[in-house]
Design a protein around this ligand. Sequence first.
Ligand SMILES: Nc1ncnc2c1ncn2[C@@H]1O[C@H](COP(=O)(O)OP(=O)(O)OP(=O)(O)O)[C@@H](O)[C@H]1O
Ligand SMILES: O=P(O)(O)OC[C@H]1O[C@](O)(CO)[C@@H](O)[C@@H]1O
Ligand SMILES: [Mg+2]
Length: 327
Amino acid sequence: MTPEIKNIAVFTSGGDAPGMNAAVRAVVRASIYYKKEIFGIYRGYEGMIENDLVKLNARSVSNIIQRGGTILKSARSKEFRTEEGRAQAYQHLKARHIDALVAIGGDGTFTGLHKFYEEYKMPVICIPGTIDNDLAGTDYTIGYDTATNTAVDAIDKIRDTALSHNRLFFIEVMGRDSGQIAINSGIAGGAVAIIIPEEETTIDQLIEKLDETARNNKKSSLVVVAEGGKSGNALEIAQQVKERYSYYDTKVTILGHLQRGGAPTYFDRVLASRMGVAAIEGLLQGETDVMVGIQNGKIVYNDFELTMSKEKEIEAEALRIAKILAI
Ligand SMILES: Nc1ncnc2c1ncn2[C@@H]1O[C@H](COP(=O)(O)OP(=O)(O)OP(=O)(O)O)[C@@H](O)[C@H]1O
Ligand SMILES: O=P(O)(O)OC[C@H]1O[C@](O)(CO)[C@@H](O)[C@@H]1O
Ligand SMILES: [Mg+2]
């Protein structure tokens, strides 16, 4: 029989994402509801290795549901990738009588958590908190909705200038190796082309599309580019297009980290609240080495292999309509 869980620790890891605070709040309050002690680890795996944790109570998470970033801070820890680093983290957790972990982060965070579980068999559960929405097994990750809305807002503003000056803008959005933000901000922002890592778009194809729409009387255009695409980043793509196609005055805007900040949308707050409660309930029911997910509106628990063995696909429907609408 698995020993009873009494002391739980929660942390945020990888890139911060809007809604992480709402998830921390839900984890803390659900733990207290189920009469468990709850601790917060600062700076993700880095804080675990450095024994940087504090006991939390219901008031520790007051007034954070609406805030971007993460009150627990976040980090990318090189040391946790090593056996020695993870051993040190385990020693500290053991000394503090921590007997279960809730991680809020992306694919990297879940990978580290899985390794830790395999080595020490401490019950662990992951909540997907990343703007990238790049985890299979969940329709949405916390922060993705907010980040995509931020991108759309920026695209709308750039459109004003594109229209006023008859320009072609390449707008780079975030998503390490993932076109999720790009595809949906591109559709919502009315992009003429959306370049994503999951689908090859050659410079020839892009110029052909721009030319076709220009012949259709289009005077300005927006191209949304996901970072890390096969044809290069937005600057490189824009340069290649500029060299061969001079119809437009071409500009590039990289949205960067502004997509990670800001108040979470209602969607991310509710998602984070549901997932936070589900993480604690799952742990207490014996779920371990799993990620909480949401599929067709219902909470699910997916094991590590299932989550990581497949790439999250871009919906074929989204790709199809993006092309139909760009004429
Ligand atoms: N293979 C691994 N082994 C051990 N730990 C890992 C591994 N991969 C990642 N981690 C740990 O997880 C941390 C977070 O991973 P990463 O930086 O990839 O961000 P993420 O969780 O994927 O979030 P995001 O992509 O949104 O920034 C890493 O800094 C590292 O400490
Ligand atoms: O600059 P940082 O913090 O390393 O993060 C950049 C990466 O983090 C992400 O935003 C995910 O949080 C990726 O899309 C991006 O490549
Ligand atoms: Mg990641």
